[in-house]
Design a protein around this ligand. Structure first.
Ligand SMILES: [Cu+2]
Length: 147
């Protein structure tokens, strides 16, 4: 009787423990995948893509004279794809000088003489890992009238 009961339960126990072992294995795998994904996410954030570190003028700067140039400084070498300067009326201000073509950490864009007003430079650059970096830089020129 006890033997029969044991025998009857045995496959059940075996099956259960096997299932438990299997689900544990699946759980462990899922956990490892989860950890790996976490690491991938973190490394994606930590592995620094080229980023702009300093701009001249600074964003939102108020300048007493027309800036001679815009300087974009990057954490690593970058190419300038484009730079568009827009005035306070939304009109594109033509940049007469040629844009820098070389790969550099410091990109300088010579500006034409600007009159008083607000300006926004919209730029796009590309790091050596071919990720596109975009930014906007706004500044105001406030030239005090000559006495
Ligand atoms: Cu990148």
């Amino acid at each position: 009787m006890v033997f029969a009961l044991l025998l009857g339960h045995l496959p059940g126990i075996y099956h259960k423990s096997n299932l438990k072992g299997l689900s544990m294995k699946v759980f462990k795998q899922a956990f490892l995948i989860f950890i790996a994904m976490g690491f991938m996410l973190i490394s994606e954030l930590v592995v620094a893509h080229t980023a702009v570190t300093v701009t001249v003028p600074k964003n939102d700067a108020v300048l007493s004279e027309s800036p001679a140039e815009i300087i974009l400084r990057f954490s690593d070498e970058a190419y300038l794809n484009s730079l568009t300067l827009i005035d306070g009326q939304g009109e594109v201000v033509p940049i007469t000088s040629s844009l820098p073509e070389a790969l550099a950490r410091r990109l300088s864009i010579s500006l034409p003489s600007l009159k008083s007003g607000s300006y926004t430079a919209i730029w796009s650059a590309e790091g050596t890992d071919s990720h596109v970096i975009q930014g906007e830089l706004s500044f105001t020129v406030k030239i005090s009238p000559q006495p």
